[in-house]
Design a protein. Sequence first.
Length: 358
Amino acid sequence: MEMTLRWYGKEFDTVTLEQIRQIPGVKGVITTLYDTKPGEVWSRERIKAMKDEVEAAGLKVAGIESVNVHEDIKLGKPSRDQLIDNYIETLKNLGEEDIHMVCYNFMPVFDWTRTELARKRADGSTVLAYTQEAVDALVPEEMFNSISSDTNGSIMPGWEPDRLAHVKELFEEYKDITDEDLFENLKYFLERIMPVCDKYDINMAIHPDDPAWPVFGLPRIIINKENIHRMMKMVDNPHNGVTFCSGSYGTNLENDLPDMIRSLKGRIHFAHVRNLKFNSPTDFEEAAHLSSDGSFDMYEIVKALYDIGFTGPIRPDHGRMIWGEKAMPGYGLYDRALGAAYINGLWEAIEKSHERGV
């Protein structure tokens, strides 16, 4: 595996490349052109400038998270063909700059949903959290306003102003869209982009829906083992794979995370590893990566990745806000650095135990 950290670019991230370079074992970043809008073509010049900046700091661009999919593609509108053409051009430009992994999602309207960005834990840290009760008490257009005071001045990924300005209209457009419609529109998108992925060896790694159940009545399809295997079979190409996010799939306690990983051998192109602490099946909060701080067996999750021969990029996912840091919620330096060190320690222990036959 290749340990990485997510980085939003110097204009948007409080964490610097120099700091990332000093985290033991971190060799690359997962990044994006954060100021681009869904549907825009990423020019080769801008991609190269981003790549050059990362490499000048002694790191590499291990992948992109995300090249966002325009809502018209998810909705299956007539405009989707031109938007997919633009997406294909972006993939071509990434491939020509030797970047071969793209994380994306196919979630309607919201990329993820949390009801708190700074829930205080017993240790004094603050974390992202979710309660279904809070969601049920809100109308969708009020969702961001309920948490905006805790963004620390950041533009939250998936909650950009341009998107939020059209929330009400988007919900109206999705009112008759079913899970089957969304699967068909995803199939159409994947069939169109696979030829360029084959040509440039680009692995498309779909991110699961978060949380892994319908929110505000919107369809959610990348939520469990059955659906992810359906997605891969409907466009059966090795470049059509997944981002295995333990935190997103793990929001549904019925998902057996190590079993899911083992069932996806060869098709996990990217991994997010994080822990959650459940107070009830629909009330959870982010935890430290350490198993005992949350509800997941992180050893078994990492061991499953090792057992299937996973060699792709991996990153610690959402961290707690600790030690007085002010940063984009979930994306500070300190706790994610601790997470990277913890995951690297697990991996080394598993690897050496295997080598020694223990």
